[in-house]
Design a protein around this ligand. Structure first.
Ligand SMILES: [Zn+2]
Length: 310
């Protein structure tokens, strides 16, 4: 009996040990499975992180690329601005007009008929400029205004009116400075500031310059960046302030002449009122400076001085 009992106990002990071993193996297996699952989860997480980072980094250069393209286009546009004239002027000039050339260059004039360019310096000055414009409009005459940049903000309306009427807006520097007395930097500033003031009102820059006092030297020629238009008929209107005397000095105007006046004196506007119909009657076409040189087949060059188109 005792031996049987002992045997039973031994057997029980054996099966207990076996069960314990089995449960141990099961637990080990479970732990291993958990480790594998955890590793898999970590791996998935890493892969997802890499994927997200890649997505972000892929997006970034595209944005920069886009930005660069926009910048490049803007640069290209500003280059075009300097070089390309536009086709048609619009009601809001600032948008697309690069230079006024097309605005103040009529292509339907008769090249065989005599032409003269009346030019007015030192303005704009509404009381006189508007009178000149009114006479010009009546006879479909186009004249050229060499304006002083720092006067523009005070008389911008009349400047815009002149432009809209097809008259040429040209530069007479920003502060009416004698350019021969200036440094390269100062010359450039006079040109650029006047151009900025002109562009603000009419949407395009001047294509010609009249150097104040006709003062030109090598430095001016080199840095002015515009053709310089002087004159061959001086009315001396500033001196006489007398319409009759101005008209007298215009007696011998001939084809290709450039006439100097100033839209500062009422006497000059008075003279113009008689001068334009007289010239029209004589068969002259009253043209802008750009038109005069265009029809005479002379290509204006930057830094060169012109006195007439003969
Ligand atoms: Zn002047």
């Amino acid at each position: 009996m005792e031996t049987e009992k002992e045997n039973e106990i031994r057997d029980e002990g054996g099966s207990l040990r076996e069960r314990a071993r089995e449960s141990m193996t099961r637990r080990k297996k479970q732990v291993r499975t958990r480790i594998v699952l955890l590793n898999a989860a970590i791996a998935m997480l890493v892969i997802m992180c890499v994927f997200v980072v890649k997505l972000v980094s892929l997006n970034k250069p595209e944005q920069t690329k886009e930005k660069k393209t926009v910048e490049k286009t803007a640069e290209a546009n500003s280059d075009q601005e300097a070089e390309k004239p536009t086709q048609e002027p619009s009601a809001t000039p600032a948008a697309d007009i690069r230079t006024g050339t097309d605005k103040w260059l009529r292509k339907d004039l008769d090249a065989s008929k005599p032409m003269v360019a009346l030019t007015f310096d030192d303005g704009p000055y509404t009381p006189v400029t508007k009178k000149i414009l009114s006479t010009a409009k009546k006879y479909d005459a186009r004249v050229t205004f060499f304006v002083v940049g720092n006067r523009i903000s005070n008389y911008s309306d009349v400047l815009k009116k002149a432009y809209d009427q097809g008259c040429q807006i040209a530069s007479h520097t920003h502060e009416h400075k004698i350019l021969t007395k200036l440094t390269k930097k100062q010359i450039k500033a006079q040109i650029n500031r006047a151009n900025a003031a002109i562009k603000k009102v009419i949407g395009c820059k001047a294509t010609a310059l009249r150097p104040p006092g006709g003062g030109v030297n090598d430095t001016v020629r080199k840095y002015v960046g515009l053709p310089m238009i002087c004159w061959d008929v001086d009315t001396e209107d500033w001196k006489s302030r007398n319409a009759g005397k101005v008209l007298k000095r215009c007696k011998n105007i001939s084809d290709g002449d450039i006439v100097l006046m100033h839209d500062l004196y009422p006497s000059s506007a008075e003279a113009v009122k008689k001068l334009i119909p007289r010239l029209v009657k004589k068969g002259f076409q009253l043209v802008t400076v750009d038109e005069l040189f265009y029809y005479k087949g002379i290509k204006l060059q930057k830094g060169k001085v012109y006195f007439s188109a003969k």
